[in-house]
Design a protein around this ligand. Structure first.
Ligand SMILES: NC(=O)c1ccc[n+]([C@@H]2O[C@H](COP(=O)([O-])OP(=O)(O)OC[C@H]3O[C@@H](n4cnc5c(N)ncnc54)[C@H](OP(=O)(O)O)[C@@H]3O)[C@@H](O)[C@H]2O)c1
Length: 241
C-alpha cells in the first residue's frame, strides 16, 4: 500500500471540484479526478499534473452502478485503500423548478446525482476508506438546503426550487445518518457549502472564485482525528440545519 495520502474527488473536471483536486494535490496527495466525460477528465488531469499535482483520471458517472464499481476497483488496484472521498459532483436539474409547475423528472434528476449518487459512491468506496488510518468524507451541499435559513425572514437561499434546494436538504439529512452509523469508527463525514461561486452551475453568476469555494472542502478533508463529524460547515463555521 502507498504511503501517500490518496483522495477521490467526484465531478473534478471543472468548477469547485477541479480546485478541490488542485488543493489536495498541492498537499502532495495522490488525487483521483472523478469525471464522467473522457476528454474533460483527461484535460483536467493534464492541467493538474502540469501544475505539479499527482493527479490521475477516474472514469466516474455517479448515477451509474457499473461506473462507480469500476472506479472503486481502479483505486483499489492503484493504492489498496482510499483516505479521502469528496462527493462534489452535483447538478441543479435545470431551472425553473418552482414546486407548482416542476417536471417530476427534474426532481428525479437532481436527487439521482446529488443524493443517490453520493450514497452510491460512498458505499462503493467505504471498504477502501475503512482501510485508511484517518478516513474523511466530505459531501458538497449548500446553505440553500438549510431549512433554518429558508424559514428565516430575509435570509438569502436562492430561487424557489423543488429539486436542487431540497436535494441538498436531503443530502444533509443523509450525511447525519452516515455519521450516526459510523459514530464508532474513525471515519469523519461532514457536509460543506462552498458559498455562491462562479461556475457553470449558476451561469458564472457566483461571487466567489472556485478556489475560494474549494477551501471548506479542503479543510474538512484534512480534519484532525478529533475533528467534527455529522456537521454542516462553510468558511464562517457551522451552518444551521
Ligand atoms: N457554484 C455554487 O455557487 C455552489 C453553491 C453551493 C453548492 N455548490 C455545490 O458544489 C458542487 C460543485 O458545483 P460547481 O459549482 O463546481 O458546478 P459545476 O462547475 O457545474 O461542476 C459540477 C461537476 O459535477 C459533475 N457531474 C454532474 N453530474 C455528474 C454525474 N452524473 N457523474 C459525475 N459527475 C457529474 C460535472 O461534470 P460534467 O462536466 O461532466 O457535467 C462537473 O464536473 C455541487 O455539488 C454544487 O451543488 C455549488
Amino acid at each position: 500500500m502507498t504511503e501517500q495520502t490518496i483522495a477521490l474527488v467526484t465531478g473534478a473536471n471543472k468548477g469547485i471540484g477541479y480546485e478541490i483536486a488542485a488543493g489536495l494535490g498541492a498537499l502532495g496527495w495522490q488525487v483521483g479526478v472523478g469525471a464522467r466525460d473522457g476528454q474533460r477528465r483527461e484535460a483536467a488531469v493534464a492541467k493538474l499534473r502540469a501544475g505539479g499535482a499527482d493527479a490521475f483520471g477516474v472514469p466516474l458517472d455517479v448515477t451509474d452502478d457499473a461506473s462507480v464499481a469500476a472506479a472503486a476497483r481502479l483505486i483499489e488496484e492503484r493504492a489498496g485503500r482510499l483516505d479521502v472521498l469528496v462527493n462534489n459532483a452535483g447538478i441543479t436539474g435545470g431551472m425553473p423548478q418552482t414546486p407548482t409547475t416542476v417536471d417530476p423528472e427534474t426532481v428525479r434528476a437532481a436527487v439521482e446525482v446529488n443524493v443517490i449518487g453520493v450514497i452510491r459512491v460512498t458505499n462503493a468506496m467505504l471498504p477502501l476508506l475503512r482501510r485508511s488510518a484517518s478516513p474523511r468524507i466530505v459531501n458538497m451541499s449548500s446553505t440553500v438546503g438549510s431549512l433554518t435559513r429558508q424559514t428565516t425572514p430575509g435570509a438569502e437561499t436562492g430561487p424557489i426550487s423543488a429539486a436542487y434546494t431540497p436535494s441538498k436538504t436531503f443530502l444533509n439529512a443523509v450525511t447525519v445518518q452516515y455519521a450516526k452509523e459510523l459514530r464508532d469508527t474513525n471515519i469523519l463525514i461532514n457536509a460543506a457549502c462552498p458559498g455562491f461561486t462562479a461556475t457553470d452551475l449558476n451561469g458564472f453568476r457566483g461571487v466567489r472564485t472556485p478556489e475560494q469555494g474549494a477551501a471548506i472542502a479542503i479543510r474538512l478533508a484534512t480534519l484532525p482525528d478529533d475533528g467534527p463529524t455529522g456537521g454542516f460547515f462553510d468558511d464562517a463555521g457551522v451552518i444551521p440545519w
